[in-house]
Write a protein that binds this ligand. Sequence first.
Ligand code: ZN
Length: 252
Amino acid sequence: MQQTASALTRAARLVRQAKRILALTGAGISTESGLADFRSPGGLWERFRIVTYPEFLESHEARVEYWSMRRELIPDLLAARPNPAHLGLAELEASGKLTAVVTQNIDGLHQDAGSRNVIELHGSNRTAACLSCGKQWLIEEIQLQLEGGDLNPQCDVCAGLIKPETVSFGQNLPAEALNAAFELAEQCDLVLMIGSSLEVQPAATLPLTAYQAGAKLIFINRTETAYDELAEVLVRDSAGEFMQRLLEACQS
Ligand SMILES: [Zn+2]
């Protein structure tokens, strides 16, 4: 508890001093919203093979496999609600201290919490689009088709392939989001990293970029990361509880 208290005090001081906070979030921020980390034991990736983007494009069987997994995943993603960690970041943005949230998550929970400037490095599960003509659908509409037994949904305009607007393995990250994330990392004065193991690029490099540009780092994550020694404050507690206490401490 002693260590927690002092981490809280130091984090609160950093947040009070900061003017341009950048939040960087990964799967760990959404586990408290009931979303399992795909990579964790028992996660979807243990039960389903990962279908890469080239496979998705080339093979009907791979698409059926891909959409079978999505049919199970989408209802969980849509049912999840933001937790105090998401809400805390939205509050920091509303107060003018936080400039943006860069996330590896596809669940849309930052937007649900009220965050406005959200950069989604891996895209979003909330919509799907035709890979040929770009027509978009809400994911709920596609889910109805999946539940109706169509596991290879196609565009009603051009018969092109439909895919959620998430980034698959073997698919390029959206360049615009990537550039914006690195620009924000260079300009911020404090990084609040929540729930990422910092193992997947480019998210892994963002705290380092910020650090090298002079920013301080606060890491709230259950497990160690390769960049822990750069962080001024390391927190292993529940992100939701810590964010709540952090905001209270900043106001007092
Ligand atoms: Zn189309």
